[in-house]
Design a protein around this ligand. Structure first.
Ligand code: COA
Length: 260
């Protein structure tokens, strides 16, 4: 695949998706959102890919937000469409991907950048990372799921404060807020993501996909997550991975999951 705004690499069953507009601090313009959509959709289809690591290029930013220069003169209707299309095309796609998406936050994750990191299944950060939703300082509100996912992750009060002040928190505070799971040095960020990916890849990819769906069900309106869990649990019994996992355990050997 040929991309202009992102890098897409694959190594040892891990897809590395890197937003690559460092001169603009990896700001998300329309073209970048489209390319990210294509990259994630393709990773979802590719049987060789088990985990996706999402990061930004350069040492300064993960993503410094939606590209402000692109929407500065939008009408209300254009603004509504921008948010709706972006959420559907990228943010919901990432959140509901059946393969684990780890956001490796390597610097500024602001506005749409933090929203993208929050759409990932979990986040780790380098110690220079700074996160925030500065939209109200521009006279707009978060539009790529930030008003929903931030309170889910950090609690309503902290989310309200972050959104209302438009301020940034550093990596330590993000850890304390449970916004990121681990903080490490810039050099160790991708190795740490790979180490976690390695642990994930020892397990059944079919079961992981069902678990993602069940966990996400808790956050969907009108969906009973317990029922989704029961269905996923039941379906697991019909998979080759379940046969392999249980027989490996009973025979005291390491499971070699077929991923089916
Ligand atoms: N949209 C468009 N361009 C952006 C951008 C964004 N969200 N964030 C950064 N850039 C561009 C800058 O305009 C600048 O481009 P230029 O060199 O052509 O002038 C370049 O990236 C470097 O940014 P700069 O502001 O010079 O870096 P800095 O280190 O002084 O400041 C930030 C870093 C992140 C504090 C600052 O860039 C910023 O506040 N960005 C906007 C964050 C934001 O409000 N995001 C939410 C959008 S809804």
């Amino acid at each position: 695949m040929n991309f202009e705004n992102i890098l897409f690499e694959e190594n040892d069953q891990i897809a590395y998706i890197t937003i690559n507009r460092p001169a603009k601090l990896n700001a998300l313009n329309r073209a970048t959102i489209q390319e990210l959509h294509e990259a994630f959709a393709s990773a979802e289809e590719d049987r060789d890919i088990k985990v996706i690591i999402l990061t930004g290029s350069g040492e300064k930013a993960f993503v410094a937000g939606a590209d402000i220069s692109e929407f500065a003169d939008f009408s209300a209707e254009e603004g509504r469409r921008l948010a709706a299309e972006g959420q559907e095309k990228l943010f919901d796609l990432v959140a509901n991907l059946s393969k684990p998406v780890i956001a490796a936050v390597n610097g500024f994750a602001l506005g749409g950048g933090l929203e993208l990191a929050m759409a990932a299944h979990f986040r780790i950060a380098s110690d220079n990372a700074r996160m925030g939703l500065p939209e109200v300082s521009l006279g707009v509100i978060p539009g790529y799921g930030g008003t929903q996912r931030l309170p889910q992750l950090v609690g309503k009060g902290r989310a309200m404060e972050m959104i209302m002040t438009a301020g940034m928190i550093d990596a330590r505070q993000a850890l304390e807020y449970h916004l990121v799971n681990h903080v490490t040095t810039t050099e160790e960020l991708i190795p740490l993501a790979e180490k976690i990916a390695g642990k994930i890849m020892n397990n059944s990819s079919v079961a992981i996909a069902a678990a993602i769906k069940a966990v996400n069900a808790n956050y969907e309106d009108g969906v009973n997550g317990y029922k989704v869990e029961i269905e996923g649990f039941g379906r697991s019994f019909g998979t080759a991975d379940f046969k392999e996992g249980t027989s490996a355990f009973l025979n005291k050997r390491k499971a070699d999951f077929p991923g089916e």
